[in-house]
Design a protein around this ligand. Structure first.
Ligand code: GLA
Length: 390
């Protein structure tokens, strides 16, 4: 059998066979943004773009990792210097972080050679970092022949973001990347950490439009939103915005002040929208789906202030395409400040929708975009061919 692309790249780079090949997809979020860290429910899904990591142990006391996207020679990560900030190759810090935290779980390495390939755009709001940490964790587990529970692995990867990348993210991305199933969106209750599959309709596609504006969550705005929500919770005397009704929020508007009122209003209304969305999707209530996605976008824009001009424009022109022609709904997805929009489109209209979006965006902004179609895909998994398994 012909080796896969990543398998071949590993052989080219290291002149031997990889012992394991892991595929970890990116994710989009259908609805429920900026509420995972507030104990809300969210509805992400894995997409058909992914990173792959191939690896073999080397017992040299170093991790030698070559990333196709980064070009240049392999990056060397000495196991006795895992806390050094890799300024040239920031992505390598995620690998160091996983290695440090895996050791605490009793999963150790004496070194390995690895190759990373990717079809997943970085900084486009599709969780390339969660894909990288999850792939690294799964590689280490396979090489050590010890397995973590999926929740444990997701929490470990989230911890890496907090400690090694300075991003105080929630748990949505790591669970979506790690636990999604083919053709299913993943309803995550971020309070209990229970997950449930929600069947995605056969006749729909997701079209992802990357605005080309690189989003960065480490720049402080994301953290500030979390802090503002915490302040609002103190004033509202609640452990979670999940327990606050909109009437109560309105009654406390004065005490909260403008900013905190708006931040809390986004969280409270977005938490409701997720549940309504799940039902609307299951009953094919197209009018409702369209309204909920629109409301979610404008709540993120106006109340939470995490959108940007390009995302708003993408959403507006998407709705102009019209429901009659097959657009169900459109909204920004993920952390915001750039990144992508998700568009729910009838499958028989998705190619036409893509052409329309490209033309319309070019005509109105002079910029090119490259939308792509996806359906819910399988979460991170071992894809080592049987013939190559030791
Ligand atoms: C980023 C974070 C997630 C989540 C989203 C917004 O993707 O990593 O935890 O908070 O933003 O929904």
């Amino acid at each position: 059998m012909k080796p896969s692309y990543t398998h071949q790249k590993f052989k080219d780079q290291f002149g031997k066979e990889p012992e394991v090949v892991i595929r970890a997809p990116g994710r989009i979020n259908l609805i429920g943004d900026h509420i995972d860290y507030l104990e809300g429910r969210v509805l992400p899904m894995a997409i058909n773009k992914h990173i792959e990591m191939a690896a073999t142990p080397n017992s040299s006391g170093e991790i030698k990792v070559w990333s196709e996207a980064a070009e240049g020679p392999p990056v060397i990560i000495p196991l006795n210097d895992l806390f050094r900030d890799n300024t040239e190759a920031k992505w390598a810090n995620y690998i160091s972080g996983v290695v440090v935290l895996m050791k605490q779980k009793g999963i150790e390495t004496h070194g390995f050679d690895a190759v990373i390939t990717s079809t997943l755009p970085q900084g486009a709001g599709m969780s390339s970092s969660a894909a990288l940490t999850t792939a690294t964790a799964l590689c280490m587990e396979a090489l050590a022949k010890k397995k973590l529970e999926p929740f444990e692995r997701a929490l470990l990867c989230q911890h890496v973001e907090h400690e090694f990348a300075g991003v105080p993210c929630g748990i949505m991305d790591q669970l979506a990347v790690g636990m999604s199933q083919q053709d299913q969106a993943l309803l995550i209750d971020c309070q209990s950490l229970r997950v449930e599959n929600v069947t995605f309709p056969d006749d729909l596609d997701i079209v992802v439009c990357d605005s080309g504006i690189q989003h960065s969550l480490a720049d402080g705005e994301y953290k500030r939103r979390r802090e503002e929500c915490r302040e609002a919770m103190q004033i509202l005397k609640t452990k979670s915005l999940r327990y606050v009704k909109i009437e109560q929020l309105e009654a406390e508007k004065k005490q909260l002040g403008e900013t905190l009122y708006h931040r809390a209003r986004h969280a409270i209304t977005e938490m409701e929208r997720v549940l309504e969305f799940v039902i609307a999707l299951q009953y094919s209530d197209i009018t409702k789906v369209a309204r909920l996605m629109w409301d979610s976008h404008f709540s993120l824009k106006d109340d939470f202030d995490v959108s940007c001009m390009e995302l708003d424009h993408l959403v507006r022109i998407a709705y102009d395409f019209g429901r009659n022609r097959g657009l169900l709904g459109s909204r920004m997805t993920g952390g915001g400040f750039g990144g992508s929009t998700v568009n729910l489109v009838r499958s028989d209209a998705s190619h036409q929708f893509i052409t329309y979006m490209k033309d319309k965006y070019k005509e109105t902004t002079g910029q090119d975009i490259s939308p792509f179609i996806t359906r819910p895909s399988q979460g991170a998994h071992d894809c080592t061919p049987l013939s190559a398994r030791p």
